[in-house]
Design a binder for this molecule. Structure first.
Ligand SMILES: C[S@@+](CC[C@H](N)C(=O)[O-])C[C@H]1O[C@@H](n2cnc3c(N)ncnc32)[C@H](O)[C@@H]1O
Length: 210
């Protein structure tokens, strides 16, 4: 039986603290301060409870270059906490949708959007489409596992193929495609050593296609 949305909202509030993620002080998120208890309780890595390196770099890039999204319709895929979607909304996007398959992420995105005073629509799995309707498609830290990479890469290529601006933020994950990406910028971002085995990560912002 699905867990009621109100219970998921309570879970997010109960297990996190509202604060600014590293490198993106403009945004406030409900973030976990410890990993393993929450991981054990959730039965899966609670992606929504952390700002991942790829998302931190991409959010920084969008906030520093608001023209990328200003007045445009934006889709943030694999949104997690909603970090990149919220950055796009703060940078002046006309409409922002955050896509995630995790119901707890959906609750976290709603809470986080409200904490930042921005409107973010939420969608589930859109990876069989081409991001139809979106003028800008953003993807922070999506190449972390093979099955996800196998779906998200063709999705991003389809979106770019129909003319959307498609940007990826990636800290050198194992399944980042070796071709079809154009380097746009790079940022060194602080990360949680317990998740990443490092204190900082170099994140590259890539454009899908030319
Ligand atoms: C590593 S996290 C990245 C979160 C966020 N973009 C960031 O950088 O902080 C990956 C996210 O992808 C989501 N995800 C996995 N499969 C998905 C799918 N088919 N569609 C949308 N989101 C998906 C997970 O639930 C998780 O929240």
């Amino acid at each position: 039986m699905p867990v009621p949305a109100a219970a998921l909202t309570c879970l997010v509030r109960d297990r996190t603290r509202l604060g600014a993620p590293p490198h993106v002080p403009e945004v406030r998120l409900y973030l976990a301060e410890e990993v393993f208890g929450l991981w054990e309780q959730s039965g899966a890595l609670p992606y929504w409870a952390f700002a991942w390196a790829g998302g931190l770099g991409l959010a920084r890039h969008v906030l520093d270059h608001p023209a990328i999204v200003r007045g445009r319709i934006v889709l943030d895929v694999a949104s997690g906490s909603g970090l990149v979607a919220i950055a796009a909304a703060l940078a002046g996007a006309a409409q922002v949708t955050a896509s995630d398959v995790d119901p707890v992420a959906v609750a976290a995105i709603a809470l986080n959007a409200a904490a930042n005073g921005v409107a973010v629509r939420v969608a589930g799995d859109v990876l069989d489409g081409c991001g139809e309707g979106a003028q800008v498609v953003l993807a922070g830290d999506v190449f972390y596992e093979a099955p996800m990479a196998a779906r998200v890469r063709p999705f991003l290529e389809r979106a770019a193929g129909r003319g959307a601006d498609v940007l990826v933020g990636d800290p050198g994950r194992a399944y980042l495609p070796g071709t079809g990406l154009t380097r746009v910028a790079a940022y060194r971002v602080p990360v949680l050593a317990v998740l990443e085995d490092a204190g900082t990560k170099q994140v590259t912002v890539w454009r899908v296609g030319g």
